[in-house]
Design a protein around this ligand. Structure first.
Ligand code: F6P
Length: 357
């Protein structure tokens, strides 16, 4: 009998998920003669009877799939098996039904592609099933610990950088301060990387305590030096710093970018506009870097199952794929190191982080 393994994508989608699924199915078939079953909508498909899953035919997973954004299996970020949201608003433990779904599929291993939260949930679910589990890190936020990169991050940074490239000429033409709000959940990885790559004047991230008046001073300094426009990048969670510390009463519905642009207009007298990049950062053709990462991590995830090395996450570290025990990873999200290379680089390029003018 051919061994059957499953794969699912969980949490917010990002570019590179299809490339990961493809790599897993190809490695399983060509490396070990295994069949790969794709679970639909993360763990949600496991609640359906018959289970909502599809047997993947590697011959049909051509390179065009690796170029596509999103996940053709679907995903969910609302379906905690242990506190599943019910229509009446209550929460129910439905992990038993999901484990039963896994058994009905006859799976002998599962690869879960997810961020920190999804990997923690899947690890717990699979532990109660006795089915070996291996995780693959993906998230535009790049906040999964013990890996330098997660699938989807490179593409998100490329999109945010391109947004700055597009905002700069319109800002300059109209003598405006252009504020770009980027995603990242509680971390500023996308913001700091895009700010450096896109030549921003200011970048505000949750990891560095910033002050509105220092941003204002920086913009005034630029103007005094003859510059009539400015590029400001703000991470979605940066509003939790300093003056923006009271989101309940102060932060507008549209987010910190909008909040900041309004304050800058008031304080500098110059025009400002906010752009909230939002989900645009998730839905694109993956960069070559993300496709490569997806391929390398997907292949190694199957190899780990073959080696019997379950309860691990594959990771990218020091130019190669390694594996890390999941217990070291989950619950320890990785934010930007305030003394790290990217912050030091930004400061060296005279990008204002809002802590000094
Ligand atoms: O974790 C990925 C992410 O895109 C975050 O950057 C963002 O805060 C969140 O998901 C948005 O979630 P949703 O898709 O539920 O709006």
């Amino acid at each position: 009998m051919t061994k059957r393994i499953g794969i699912l994508t969980s949490g917010g989608d990002c570019a590179g998920l299809n490339a990961t699924i493809r790599a897993v199915a190809l490695r399983a078939q060509h490396g070990y003669g295994w069949t790969t079953v794709g679970l639909r909508y993360g763990t949600l498909g496991l609640l359906e009877r018959p289970v909502d899953a599809v047997t993947l035919d590697p011959a049909r997973l051509d390179a065009a799939l690796a170029r596509q954004g999103g996940t053709f299996l679907g995903s969910t970020n609302r379906g905690d098996p242990f506190a599943f949201p019910m229509p009446d608003g209550s929460k129910k433990d439905r992990s038993g039904e999901m484990v039963e779904g896994l058994k009905l599929l006859g799976l002998e291993g599962l690869i879960g592609v997810g961020g920190d939260g999804s990997l923690a949930i899947l690890r717990r679910l699979l532990a109660s099933s006795g089915i070996p589990f291996v995780g693959v890190p993906k998230t535009i936020d790049n906040d999964v610990g013990y890996t330098e990169r997660a699938v989807g991050y490179s593409t998100a940074v490329a999109i945010a950088t391109e947004a700055l490239d597009r905002l700069q000429p319109t800002g300059a033409s109209h003598e405006r301060t252009m504020v770009l709000e980027v995603m990242g959940r509680d971390a500023g990885h996308i913001a700091i990387a895009a700010a450096i790559a896109g030549g921003a004047d200011v970048v505000l991230i949750p990891e560095v305590r910033w002050h509105l008046e220092r941003v204002v001073s920086r913009i005034a300094r630029l103007r005094a030096a003859g510059r009539t426009s400015a590029l400001v990048v703000v991470a979605e969670a940066a509003g939790q710093s300093d003056e923006a510390a009271d989101p309940a009463t102060d932060a507008p519905d549209r987010g910190v970018g909008d909040w900041l642009a309004k304050r800058l207009v008031k304080a500098t007298g110059a025009e400002a506009r906010a752009t909230v990049l939002g989900h645009v950062q998730r839905g694109a053709m993956p960069t070559a870097e993300d496709r490569l990462l997806a391929a390398a991590l997907g292949v190694r995830a199957v190899d780990l199952l073959a080696e019997g090395k379950a309860d691990h996450m594959v990771a990218w570290w020091n130019r190669q794929v390694i594996d890390v025990p999941l217990e070291k990873v989950v619950g320890r999200s990785q934010t930007v190191d305030p003394d790290g290379t990217l912050i030091r680089t930004a400061r060296a390029l005279d990008i204002c982080l809002g802590d000094t003018a």
